[in-house]
Design a protein. Structure first.
Length: 202
């Protein structure tokens, strides 16, 4: 199983997630978000020994200038929530970042859009509301492609992850379900979720 935790704070949450062997650590660059990272905090990331973790910059339609100035050299992946085309993904990949392309799913027809982005490294299926923590419909989970390239977001928690994993999902992306206060990760909730994942692996 793979795990991504999104909306992390560069000073507060990173070492815990590395120590817990979280595979993907997501940092939000979206001004309307309560989890938005201050650009001046990016430099804090260089002090960590990432071990096997990857740093992900979560963005909406970023331009080349933003990517080159702020992301290159500090992040392994860029997560794209915008209207990027396949050609745009190739352009960003050529700058040296791996790509997580988000597919927003309202109905079963939306799922097939992932086929347009076969040059993305990871496809993340999410609910339509940006950070609104909508639950991903169970009837659609069974229609998702299965494999390590495909991740799922949308109200996943330690209370439903077992049932979701039984539907074939093995790559989970969490954010708000690991918070007790909006925008602040609860370290007890993170540890508890990791414990649950480790139980499922055994």
């Amino acid at each position: 199983m793979k795990l991504k935790i999104c909306g992390l704070n560069p000073a507060r949450d990173v070492q815990l997630c590395i120590d817990l062997e979280v595979h993907f650590l997501g940092f939000v660059f979206y001004e309307k978000s309560p989890r938005n990272v201050n650009l001046s905090d990016i430099k804090l990331l260089s002090k960590y020994n990432k071990k096997n973790s990857n740093f992900v910059a979560v963005t909406v339609n970023p331009n080349n200038d933003f990517i080159k100035k702020n992301l290159i050299g500090s992040f392994d992946y860029i997560q794209l929530h915008g209207s990027e085309t396949k050609d745009r993904i190739t352009e960003i990949k050529n700058m040296g970042l791996k790509i997580i392309k988000v597919i927003k799913v309202k109905d079963v027809q939306d799922i097939d859009k992932y086929r347009e982005f076969d040059n993305a490294d990871i496809i993340l299926f999410d609910t339509p509301g940006m950070e609104k923590s909508l639950e991903f419909p169970k009837k659609l989970i069974t229609k998702l492609p299965i494999g390590t390239k495909y991740a799922l977001a949308g109200s996943i928690s330690e209370y439903n992850v077992e049932n979701i994993s039984k539907l074939g999902v093995n790559f989970f992306d969490l954010s708000s379900s690991l918070e007790s206060q909006l925008g602040y990760k609860d370290h007890h909730k993170i540890k508890s979720f990791i414990n649950k994942i480790n139980e499922l692996k055994d």
